[in-house]
Design a protein around this ligand. Sequence first.
Ligand code: PLP
Length: 486
Amino acid sequence: MDSSEFRKRGKEMVDFIADYMENISMRKVTPEVEPGYLRQLIPPKAPKKSQEFSDVLEDVEQAIMPGITHWQHPNFHAYFPAGNSYPSILGDMLSDGIGCVGFSWAASPACTELETIVMDWIGKMIGLPRVFLHESGVGGGVIQNSASECVLITLLAARHATIEQLKNRFSLPDDGNFVEDGTILNRLVAYSSKLAHSCVEKAGNVGLVKMRQLEVDENYSLRGYTLERAMEEDRRLGLIPFYVCATLGTTACCSFDNIKEISEVCSREKVWLHIDAAYAGNALICPEFQDLIKGIENVDSINFNPNKWMLVNSDCSLMWVQDRTQLTDALTVDPLYLLHKHAENVVTYLTFQHWGIPLSRRFRSLKLWFVIRMYGVDGLQHYIREHIRLAKLFEKFAHNDDRFEVMGKVTMGLVCFRLKGPNIMTQKLLRMLNESGKLHMVPALINEHYVIRFAVCAQNAEDDDIIFAWRIIGQLTEDLMNEKRL
Ligand code: PLP
């Protein structure tokens, strides 16, 4: 494809995407295909000769679209939103066009520098103390692929810092006495609430450390006293508490751990505190949610995903640390072929390869920059507040119907509801709703209660979508009750 054909095909692709978005509500929200459907539609071997763009695009409609779950559909209410917007798509298109790989400042200065600037912008938008910003010269923010990666990286950094500190304390290098890393590793223990995302448990597995999942209170929140008690028990057993992952906006029910209390415990115990705010952290751009991060000055690191709830396409998970050297100490490996003339000066500041696991990094700050500039902070706040307003509208419908109960507080764009009585009825209702192809939702288990999670997801969601969803839920509940009576 040469540039003149690219101009033509690029315009066709933009039209294809705009048509898809404009007409998405005419499609069924979930596909009706069975596993393996695509192997019957696509040849088992790659084509030897080049094919026409138009043929490929035709196959998108014939083969790919039937297998798509339409996350941008107004009747998609599963998981959390998948961020998407035209400015973000355009920013990502430019990133693909420039095609640079930004592991160090020299590898593409603008790529690295824009990332530091945009991370500082957003750090200020969500009310982080200055020490978390690049401009402080102490901490800073970095874009990672996923919240899971942010949790893993901070756990690895905390693990490294703890092992080094204890090794130095107990080793006597001159007479050959030294403590093996593994001896300390064996005794490390990390904590989260039992409602933390599964990626926290996974990080513990990958990092080879014990992970304790702690009980929550009646608001599904991890409290300081629970953490303190667990750490005391573990220290008595000879274990070494080293890392806590608190959650703002749990996946199951969007509950909030008590950061103020937890941060006081961690600061007293000298334990790394990370906040995973993958979804709800986006709402911190609205000043009315600042209370959720009371105690942030005693937090070591925090992440949230604009690719969930700030109109930015995947992948885009943001992570800030108070002390950048704790990341770079754990993750720096410097081969000769990656050094450059500014490497000495900027080794910790502008060399993002030392802030995460991959070497190669896309120019992801472009899409963020486009989105923030083209919506403005006001526009993004409006988008978040609209989703919350619509979730509260749905909550009102559920409250007004005495067959249902709402579990947990509705603070953000998620409502967890269930039919009163045994779990099996809610399970059946969810199956019927999803099989109808009219709505898509997923379940969660909260204290043994099976709930349906209703998440407001579509960018331009409106009252009518909520009214429609409640009408379908009402109809299928009626059918379910009639079935039971027969
Ligand atoms: N943390 C929380 C609270 C989440 O809700 C999720 C996903 O929904 C994750 C982590 C995992 O996010 P990612 O897919 O970016 O790894």
